[in-house]
Write a protein that binds this ligand. Structure first.
Ligand code: FAD
Ligand code: SF4
Length: 570
């Protein structure tokens, strides 16, 4: 009895956080800072800041395959290799297809990063706040359910997060993309500024801005305190940044949490399920499989934060069954796993720009030009629902373009180092409307290497998504034409859902427990000591890059949880 009692005590914490990525790192930081003894469980290996970035400073010619993946790898990994960020310098941070199988009832490219830091190591770091229009959209057009919060509820938490993360950006004063706590912005180049001017002259409701991103353009004391330094505009970020120039859990929140002395980080620990106690009527802990020994161990805590990233969070909850919750933890409504949505990236446009031949730019800027959504903002105006952000950049052709040219000797080499003509690339990031049919569930016959049921993905585009894309292709081409671009080529790249890597929903927030899983504080309606604060909690998708919103929701929920614990409500 005593031995069991001691073992239980040793495995007992104030809080458990499942996942150490962008949102889990934030849960760990906030909970540890507030004095909670916190266990972070991470299914992947440990990745320590700087020492575990083996490729961070390599030049292309120092890689065995010149920073390309060999053909055999591409054949073995048809899903992962679709991600533009995977190459010889970054492949160690991406899940390989065969290692973590799932069932695609409909094609879905699930891009994952299983390690300490999760996808925070390999994200593109674009961080636009949501606006009041995004939180009101469902209530306005009746899609999905109403958000239980509004912009004002989250605004202070955006500020809280932005100050710590370090977000560069310009205060643009736009209602559709609220300003935040910004460090010095990056600069648009001459062709982008030209397009910005032409768009402003042609349309009252369209605004080109420089992207807001999680890069330290002018570090403050709080960033130096984290051991981070000025971004050097190298744009080798996906390999891990030894300067800590961009925000990752590894460079920022995890070491910060560790400094409090309250953090226990346990890598190589796959959470199998959450334990629900029918008598106590709450969750008491989690079951964890060690990836090396395959042994299952239980850990206990007063509160549990689920931050395994959207689809894995759905999986953990679906797999957490008990007498009270036979269909998944907190699933009284029956909508667990339903209303999964994503961002529609299918529309792209390429064009040329003749002129500005004396213009160039400094370094490799880690962001791009953006235009916040201008469709259906105040009222329904088109024959499709919602809208899209536009992202574009202009760049000069470089030596790699010249490499295809014929030539020989000094003249040829000189030609290669000449900057080429200007080219513009434009893409859409469109909201998708959550629907009941788009869902994930557990496979009844296939298991993963740890004996956990595989996830089945049944997520697809709708006619609305195609209409949105057609509108972008028309409007984008029109804006580029008005800006004087030539050879404008709009196209649908027919990519599968998932490749946007912005999956959201399945454990949505809402006002009514009959139609949603989480309340306004990200607590499961029916299991108050379990919080879900990653993309799974999202009630709609907005058109902005989502991770800054996951961070703000997490910080807000963690502070709420601590205050509820103090009041003995949890
Ligand atoms: C190439 C790329 C570009 C991107 N660009 C942007 C961008 O510009 N802006 C933006 O906002 N977002 C971007 N994203 C998306 C962004 O990375 C994610 O939204 C974000 O990382 C989600 O945070 P998270 O904490 O939910 O998940 P993650 O960061 O993925 O962390 C989840 C963690 O949970 C762990 N885990 C999973 N299951 C279990 C389990 N059962 N037990 C224990 N641990 C588990 C995983 O191993 C992982 O470490 C991009 C992603 C990629 C890959
Ligand atoms: S661009 Fe900045 S953040 Fe990215 S690798 Fe270079 S220094 Fe680091």
């Amino acid at each position: 009895m005593n031995i069991n009692g001691d073992a239980t005590k040793a495995n007992t914490y104030d809080a458990i956080v499942i996942g150490s990525g962008i949102s889990g790192g934030w849960a760990a930081k906030e909970l540890c800072e507030k004095g909670l003894k916190t266990l972070v469980l991470e299914r992947g290996r440990d990745v320590k800041h700087i020492v575990d970035y083996p490729t961070a400073t390599l030049n292309p010619w120092e890689f065995k395959h010149r920073n390309r993946m060999p053909e055999a790898f591409d054949k073995e990994n048809p899903i992962a290799t679709k991600c533009y960020a995977l190459d010889e310098g970054t492949e160690q941070f991406f899940v390989k297809d065969a290692e973590h199988p799932y069932v695609q009832e409909k094609p879905f490219d699930w891009i994952r990063g299983y390690q300490v830091g999760g996808k925070s190591l390999i994200w593109a770091r674009q961080t636009q706040r949501w606006s009041k229009f995004d939180f009101e959209a469902n209530a306005r057009d009746g899609a999905a359910v109403d958000w239980p919060i509004r912009y004002e509820d989250i605004a202070p938490w955006y500020s809280h997060v932005e100050k710590f993360v370090g977000i560069s950006g310009n205060k643009d004063g736009l209602e559709t993309l609220p300003d935040g706590e910004f460090l010095k912005p990056w600069e648009l180049n001459c062709v982008e500024k030209h397009i910005q001017k032409r768009v402003a002259e042609s349309y009252k409701d369209r605004h080109v801005i420089i992207g807001r991103c999680a890069h330290l353009t002018e570090p403050k004391q709080i960033h130096y305190d984290q051991g981070r330094a000025q971004c050097q505009a190298r744009h080798l970020c996906y390999r891990g940044c030894p300067y800590g120039g961009y925000f990752s859990s590894n460079s920022s929140t995890i070491p910060w949490a560790a400094k409090t002395g309250k953090l226990t980080l346990r890598p190589d620990s796959v959470v199998h399920s959450i334990i629900y106690d029918d008598v106590k009527k709450k969750a008491t802990g989690v079951r964890v499989i060690d990836t090396h020994t395959k042994q299952m161990t239980e850990y206990y805590a007063r509160i549990i934060f689920v931050n395994a990233a959207c689809l894995n969070t759905n999986l953990v909850l679906l797999n957490s069954t008990s007498r009270r919750f036979p269909n998944g933890l907190g699933n009284d409504s029956g909508v667990l796993g339903r209303y999964v949505a994503f961002h529609n990236y299918r529309g792209n446009i390429v064009a040329d720009y003749e002129g500005f031949e004396d213009g160039y730019y400094y370094g490799r800027r880690p962001t791009t030009a953006f235009m916040p959504n201008f469709r259906n903002v105040n009222k329904q105006e088109t024959d499709f629902q919602r809208g899209y952000m536009v992202a574009f950049s202009a760049a000069r052709g470089g030596w790699s373009r010249g490499a295809g040219q014929e030539g020989f000797g000094a003249d040829f080499k000189d030609k290669l180092s000449d900057p080429g003509a200007w080219h513009v690339f434009m893409m859409m990031q469109a909201e998708t409307v959550p629907r009941y049919e788009n869902h994930v569930r557990l496979s009844t016959d296939r298991k993963d290497p740890w004996g956990i049921p595989q996830l089945v993905t049944a997520i697809d585009y709708t006619d609305n998504d195609v209409k949105v894309m057609k509108d972008f292709l028309e409007q984008g081409a029109d804006m580029l034409e008005k800006s004087g671009c030539k050879n404008i080529n709009p196209y649908d790249d027919h990519r599968n859902p998932g490749l946007d890597i912005h999956e959201m929903g399945g454990v949505r927030m809402g006002r009514d427990p009959k139609t949603s899983l989480l309340n306004a504080h990200n607590q499961l309606h029916s299991v108050k000591n379990v919080f879900v604060t990653d993309g799974a909690a999202m009630t709609s998708t907005g058109s902005q890059n989502p991770s800054i919103t996951f961070m703000a929701l997490t910080a807000r929920a963690a502070n709420f949880a601590v205050s509820e614990m103090k009041k003995r409500n949890l």
